[in-house]
Write a protein that binds this ligand. Structure first.
Ligand code: GDD
Ligand code: MN
Length: 364
């Protein structure tokens, strides 16, 4: 065995403390005869996952830890981990022991024996693979997501949802600037990043049951998946962030109109007062939804950050709001009675300002 580094294993983690030592031990067992390093990329897990990994790293130099502060995201964690190694091949594996680390040597052997191969993917849907102990609900949702990606994007993989693969490091590094880094589906991201189609091979594995900790796949992650598909398909036309900001803005318009109608038409407040209150309500709503979705990766957290963010969002958007109220009031006076059209025009002018300024000053 030479001294050269053969392989890096990137392990994205969030609250996986109990799984860390077990995984390292299993890697050690599975990878005899291979010079490997493990790179944990942890998003500052509250349970102390990063420290658990560092504890091992102090006595085992093959283990490294990247602890990201104020960041969240499985895909971006994988990207940063994959770019952080000097090894010629890099694998991504879940930190919760659900992926079968014993096929890693076969993955490496495949890459080594076939120079034309770019990536080897662990698949649950080729002969010998399986989804293990999944309930019907998760199975059907996973099947739906798989079909959707096969329709929207043309990747040809049997298991495009897989988060378990090994790729040539230079291939993924060359693609890194073109990765979207949205949500969970890093493999799909790599396969569809543009450039020449990657040559892949699939190896079967059986998805294991998680025994420690819990899954982070929730509704927001599911939404992020749809966003990622949108981004790959239409992202060049209308950038995904702007599309989301606008979509949330449209809901905000509904709230704006509702509050305005309530105050102006029902409660009898003046149009100007109604318009100001409606702007405030819509602004607050937009701030929280954009913080949770549009800027999830740079999300402001905790009472203090949220208050600061909300205040600066309001300050930044006050230019937009003044323009909004001004334009609307002007049009309303001009065409007496056309309150909805006046308000809508005001909102539109305000929205462009809001996006331009807030993306820079609130979440910048
Ligand atoms: N750094 C970081 N940041 N890691 C994360 C984050 C995050 O925001 N969210 C999740 N992880 C880590 C988890 O700690 C775990 O090691 C791994 O990513 C997978 O997350 P799970 O929450 O266990 O997801 P899952 O089991 O539902 O989904 C997995 O299986 C899918 C197959 O259906 C993922 O591997 C998917 O990529 C895979 O496609
Ligand atoms: Mn899991």
């Amino acid at each position: 065995m030479s001294d050269l580094l053969d392989l890096a294993i990137v392990i994205p983690t969030f609250n996986e403390k109990a799984n860390v030592p077990v995984l390292v031990a299993r890697l050690d067992q599975a990878l005899t005869g291979i010079n490997w390093e493990a790179i944990f990329v942890d998003d500052d897990s509250p349970d102390g996952t990063a420290e658990a990994a560092r504890e091992i790293a102090r006595i085992d130099r093959r283990v490294r830890v990247i602890q990201r502060i104020g960041r969240r995201g499985l895909a971006t964690a994988c990207i940063e981990g994959m770019c952080a190694t000097a090894a010629p091949a890099v694998a991504v594996i879940d930190g919760d022991l659900q992926h079968d680390e014993t096929i890693l040597p076969d993955m490496l052997a495949a890459l080594r024996s076939d120079a034309a191969l770019d990536i080897v993917v662990g698949s649950r849907f080729v002969e010998g693979g399986g989804t293990g102990d999944w309930d019907r609900d998760r199975l059907s949702k996973s099947a739906l997501a798989t079909r959707l990606s096969q329709r929207v994007l043309d990747v040809g993989l049997t298991d495009p949802m897989s988060g378990f693969f090994m790729v040539r490091t230079d291939v993924v590094r060359a693609r890194a600037p073109h990765l979207a880094g949205i949500g969970f589906k890093i493999l799909l991201d790599i396969m569809t990043a543009g450039g020449r189609p990657l040559r892949f091979r699939e190896l079967p594995y059986v998805f294991r049951v998680r025994t420690e900790g819990e899954s982070k796949l929730d509704h927001v992650v599911a939404l992020e998946y749809l966003i990622a598909l949108y981004d790959r398909r239409f992202g060049r036309l209308v950038p995904v962030r702007f599309a989301m900001f606008s979509a949330i803005g449209v809901i905000g318009v509904g709230i704006h109109m509702g509050v305005l109608a309530l105050l102006h038409l029902v409660a009898g407040a003046s149009f100007l007062i109604g318009q100001i209150a409606a702007t405030g309500a819509a602004m607050t709503f937009n701030f929280f939804l954009n913080n949770a979705l549009t800027y999830r990766d740079r999300r402001l957290r905790g009472a203090r950050q949220l208050l600061d963010g909300w205040v600066s969002f309001c300050v930044v958007c006050s230019v937009g709001a003044v323009a909004n109220v001004g334009v609307a009031a002007f049009l309303y006076d001009f065409h007496y009675g056309a309150w909805a059209a006046s308000a809508l025009a005001g909102v539109l002018v305000g929205a462009v300002w809001n996006y331009a300024l807030s993306s820079r000053f609130v979440w910048g």
